[in-house]
Design a protein around this ligand. Structure first.
Ligand code: ADP
Length: 315
């Protein structure tokens, strides 16, 4: 068997990723696994070995190389809890993935990790390989990891400080394979945990979620300041729970005011990305692990995601 014969056999399974060199009785194969998740990488290595052996190669050694994928984080943050930050993060990730992005979701909300429920991955424990966590798949075409998958519910809170920082680091530095955009659901608030994470992982940009009322907007301003301090640009502000459509009479009211976040964004000179209405269907779908952004008739989250994707494309 010649080097060319082995190369041809290997090409049939490796899609141009393998270079063969036969030297005496030895066959060396350099396999470029850039962008492949761990399981595909292993599968490809096995396929290449089999193909080379079938072509008559002996003493086969495979060296797997991979260039780093250019991966960027988009932090989703809010100045306080309960404004819909996790809901927005989940649906933003799903909408970005539906638009063709290679997206992953990291739930770093140590105060109330809700992404496993929102993404229908509750009770799934991530495995680790070579001391790196393997993100878990979701039914929505994107992998995820949550602090809630590493600790018992309610325990993460007791972890603030270095332990939390270590665990959160494992989530961000997991084996994200080909993922290019990681949506990071940050803990609510503007304390040390948030600042440490933002400084350490330097998100490419931040999306700020606020409800329209004044008090929430003061907190949103604090969140914007936190990112400014860390030198992280603001992608924009999303107003959540804007306008309530009564499921009985259909009348639209504004329990939290209207347009406050947009006015505030304009005042602060940051983009306004859109409004998400206060809609019981959003809550019930979220609780059932069915993010509304996964539905074909989603008109709310897709336009917000499109703006985030455009923003990333210009960076
Ligand atoms: P946060 O992450 O800011 O604490 P969540 O995303 O967990 O907030 O949302 C808090 C609660 O409000 C959840 O029960 C969620 O389903 C609900 N919720 C969020 N946004 C909306 C909305 N636009 N309409 C109806 N319910 C919403």
């Amino acid at each position: 068997m010649s080097e060319q014969e082995v190369q041809t056999a290997v090409d049939a399974v490796a899609n141009g990723r393998a270079r063969v060199r036969v030297d005496g009785g030895r066959t060396g194969i350099v396999l470029d696994a850039t962008g492949l998740p761990a399981d595909e990488r292993d599968g490809l290595e096995q396929a290449v070995r089999r193909a080379a052996a079938a072509a008559g190669a002996a003493d086969i050694r495979v060296a797997v190389t991979a260039e780093r994928v250019r991966r960027r984080l988009i932090a989703v943050a809010s100045g306080k809890g309960g404004v819909g930050k996790s809901t927005l993060a989940a649906n933003l990730a799903v909408a970005l993935a539906r638009a063709g992005g290679r997206v992953g979701l990291v739930d770093a909300d140590i105060y109330g990790p809700s992404q496993p429920r929102l993404m229908a991955a509750e009770g799934v424990r991530p495995e680790a390989r070579d001391k790196q966590l393997l993100p878990v798949p979701t039914p929505f075409g994107l992998p995820m990891l949550s602090i809630g998958q590493l600790v018992e519910p309610g325990r993460a809170l007791a972890w603030r400080g270095p332990m939390a920082a270590g665990a959160l680091g494992q989530l961000v530095e997991a084996d994200w394979g080909a993922t290019e955009t990681l949506v990071l659901d940050l803990p609510p608030g503007t304390g040390d945990v948030q600042l440490t994470m933002v400084q350490k992982y330097k998100p490419a940009g931040a999306v700020i979620v606020s409800t329209p009322q004044d008090l929430a907007l003061i907190d949103a301003r604090r969140a914007i300041d936190l990112f400014a301090t860390a030198g992280v640009p603001i992608v924009g502000v999303v107003e959540n729970m804007a306008g309530y459509a009564c499921p009985h009479c259909g009348e639209v009211s504004d329990p939290f005011g209207h347009g406050g976040a947009e006015a505030e964004a304009t005042r602060l000179g940051v983009p306004f990305l859109g409004r998400v209405p206060l809609d019981i269907a959003i809550r019930t779908a979220s609780d059932a692990g069915k993010p509304p952004a996964a539905l074909d008739d989603d008109r709310v989250f897709a336009p917000i995601a499109a703006q985030v994707a455009d923003w990333l494309a210009t960076r």
